[in-house]
Design a protein around this ligand. Structure first.
Ligand SMILES: [Zn+2]
Length: 200
């Protein structure tokens, strides 16, 4: 019994100490994070892998990684700095290679990401994500809502303004990003892409 209590005290202590630590969601090398992309080499030379820290939905600090074009590096750092300051929860930020470059799979996992050499959904035009100049944040909390035919992506997601981790036109982050020349998909009229920011 004494042994058991001793063990229990140790375990609780470790847990308390661990409360201040950052949980690592992603810790890849650049090579690992870009493995299998179809992007040409000249483009990849302009892409950088950033370590970012955020509060996840468990209210704990996490460290993830995001691939962006070097021209938007400072803006993206500023984005995560704002999110950290106001404890805007971001579920996880893991390079999309972990989802075999499948945007739907990444969105369903509520995963935030940026660079992905791919077409815009349903077209043969390269997305701004192809150049690392677009970021998608909490796609399950901030889904795409198509009008015609009506459809929400990722499947089963619902847009609930006012909930933690959800963007609206009044969000400080949205306003600040727009001041820096970014577009927010929530402003679009043909469809709403609430998780999407880009700076073409
Ligand atoms: Zn996007």
């Amino acid at each position: 019994m004494k042994k058991f209590i001793f063990l229990l005290v140790i375990l609780v202590s470790i847990n308390l100490l661990g409360g201040g630590l950052t949980i690592v969601d992603s810790n890849m090398s650049f090579e690992e994070a870009t493995k299998g992309t179809k992007a040409p080499k000249e483009l990849l030379d302009s892409i950088v892998l950033l370590d970012v820290v955020y509060y996840s939905t468990d209210n704990k600090k996490h460290q993830g990684q995001i691939l962006v074009h070097k021209t938007v590096e400072e803006d993206v750092k500023y984005f995560f700095q704002m999110a950290l300051e106001e404890k805007f929860p971001i579920k996880q930020v893991i390079p999309i290679v972990s989802y075999a470059w499948d945007d739907d799979a990444s969105m369903s996992a509520n995963n935030s990401s940026a660079f992905n050499y791919r077409f815009i959904a349903g077209t043969t035009r390269l997305s701004n994500h192809s150049f690392g100049k677009a970021i998608d944040i909490n796609p399950y909390f901030n889904p795409v809502i198509y009008k015609d035919p009506p459809k929400t992506s990722p499947k089963g997601a619902k847009y609930k303004p006012g909930n933690p981790g959800v963007f609206t036109a009044d969000s400080r982050i949205v306003k600040e990003m727009k001041k820096r020349g970014w577009r927010w998909g929530g402003d679009w009229t043909s469809l709403k892409d609430y998780h999407h920011f880009d700076k073409p």
